[in-house]
Design a protein around this ligand. Structure first.
Ligand SMILES: NC(=O)c1ccc[n+]([C@@H]2O[C@H](COP(=O)([O-])OP(=O)(O)OC[C@H]3O[C@@H](n4cnc5c(N)ncnc54)[C@H](OP(=O)(O)O)[C@@H]3O)[C@@H](O)[C@H]2O)c1
Length: 251
């Protein structure tokens, strides 16, 4: 039987690229996001290319909706918890608690909701995989990143704790922690729609990662044999040796 993979945040960036990649590997991919038009168009594109995908409009922070989705889904073999993002670049002194709350909701509680809801099917399938897309922000701190850094540390902690708790169950827990990835919307959302500031994030960086680069690592980790658990994979562009060490070429 075809294995089923649920990918959250599949309407853009890393999630969309991961959905394409897993579909090409033969998974029946369930595309989860809030924007129907985008996931429906992607499901159509994947289906047209001879692979299998379906769209599911879902807000991962809405627990009742997540539970209803899980109940209707049936067998599930892979869950890629990718939905997430950053809001703002304010310091801790100036950050808006509402922004912090929203980042915690999607980056941590969204992962918790989806994982709790799908875990029974992931276990029942006999070889389940939960993958969390965290960030290098989940493994270090930087000024102006407080709320996002706290949330991504939460996502990392969830993944690491779950791995311990599931030891002995037939479910792997993987974490992929990307560095700088130039996606269409991530920085634009973080900078509240300011396109110039969003573009400046990547200014002079010879080759930031693309969504496809990260999707490649996710698909690779998911498609290892079931007994191989890629606990944590940190992936950065060559130009970013650390959060504060970015090579930029001056024009
Ligand atoms: N880009 C980077 O530099 C970078 C670096 C490290 C880690 N990451 C992480 O990688 C993941 C993907 O990032 P990206 O760059 O691909 O960002 P993106 O293009 O902004 O994509 C974010 C995705 O999450 C979905 N989403 C947001 N809130 C949601 C919710 N409540 N329920 C369901 N879906 C929701 C969005 O879809 P809808 O709006 O349609 O719901 C969208 O598909 C995120 O977790 C991000 O934190 C990104």
């Amino acid at each position: 039987m075809t294995a089923t993979a649920v990918v959250t945040g599949a309407s853009s960036g890393i999630g969309a690229a991961t959905a394409r990649g897993l579909a090409a590997e033969g998974y029946d991919v369930v595309l989860v996001a809030r924007r129907a038009d985008r996931i429906e168009a992607l499901a159509e594109e994947i289906t047209r290319s001879g692979h299998s995908a379906r769209a599911q409009v879902l807000d991962v922070t809405d627990r009742d909706a997540v539970d209803a989705f899980a109940k209707a889904l049936g067998p599930c073999d892979v869950l890629v918890n990718n939905a997430g993002g950053a809001i703002g670049t304010e310091t801790v002194a100036e950050g808006d608690p509402g922004d912090w709350r929203r980042m915690y909701e999607v980056n941590v509680l969204g992962v918790l909701n989806m994982t709790q809801a799908l875990l029974p099917e992931l276990i029942a399938g006999g070889d389940g995989t939960v993958l969390v897309v965290s960030s290098v922000a989940g493994h270090g701190v930087y000024e102006g990143g407080g709320g996002y850094v706290a949330a991504k540390h939460g996502a990392h902690t969830l993944a690491a704790t779950l791995r311990l708790e599931l030891c002995g169950e037939p479910v792997r827990v993987l974490e992929v922690a990307p560095g700088m990835v130039k996606t269409e919307e991530f920085s634009l959302n973080r900078l509240r729609g300011d396109a110039d500031r969003a573009e400046a994030v990547y200014e002079g960086v010879p080759d930031p990662l693309s969504a496809e680069d990260v999707a490649d690592t996710i698909v690779w980790a998911v498609t290892r044999p079931p007994h191989v658990n890629i606990d944590l994979l940190v992936v950065r562009p060559r130009a970013q040796a650390a959060q504060h060490k970015i090579h930029r070429v001056k024009e």
